[in-house]
Design a protein around this ligand. Structure first.
Ligand SMILES: [Zn+2]
Length: 163
């Protein structure tokens, strides 16, 4: 799934852990890293029911949707980072590792296949196969933006009604 979805789930997870559990701080920190980190795999596995073509599609729809996703995603990071930085970083760690560190190191060394065995996203593919194999694949379907649009509107209503 997309950046804002990972950020919102990570923030919500850290919020639940710190608000409702009364563990010592070090246990809470471990729980935040583990649960927010692991949330990434489940969210990406569920990404099957969202519009998420693996490579850029021609046309304005892909372009405007991705401009919105990055703008909204970085807005959410800006909004929540001061309090929820640990959850957010943990929730994005899998993408940072696969798409920023490994991919760029492979580019840097001019070995496109370098590091592929260390990619973490195959774990999400396994979870998708186990739990979501009956779900429709909307990765190339424009209607696949609806699940995330509904989530973002839900967040907006919650945010406006609590602040
Ligand atoms: Zn990912």
């Amino acid at each position: 799934m997309q950046l804002p979805t990972h950020v919102l789930v990570a923030v919500f997870t850290q919020y639940l852990i710190t608000k409702f559990l009364t563990f010592p701080t070090c246990v809470e920190i471990c729980l935040i890293i583990l649960l927010c980190g692991f949330s990434h795999f489940f969210i990406d596995a569920l990404g099957k029911i969202t519009y998420h073509p693996p490579i850029r599609e021609l046309g304005n729809f892909w372009l405007y949707w991705h401009i919105f996703l990055y703008a909204f995603g970085f807005f959410l990071i800006f909004l929540y980072f001061q309090v929820y930085w640990l959850g957010i970083l943990s929730g994005l760690l899998v993408d940072i590792w696969d798409w920023i560190i490994l991919r760029n190191y492979a580019k840097y060394t001019s070995q496109p296949d370098w590091g592929k065995k260390y990619y973490l996203h195959p774990i999400a593919d396994k979870i998708r196969g186990i739990f979501f194999s009956r779900f429709p694949n909307l990765n190339h379907s424009k209607v696949g933006i609806l699940p995330e649009i509904i989530l973002y509107i839900g967040w907006l209503i919650l945010y406006l009604s609590t602040s």
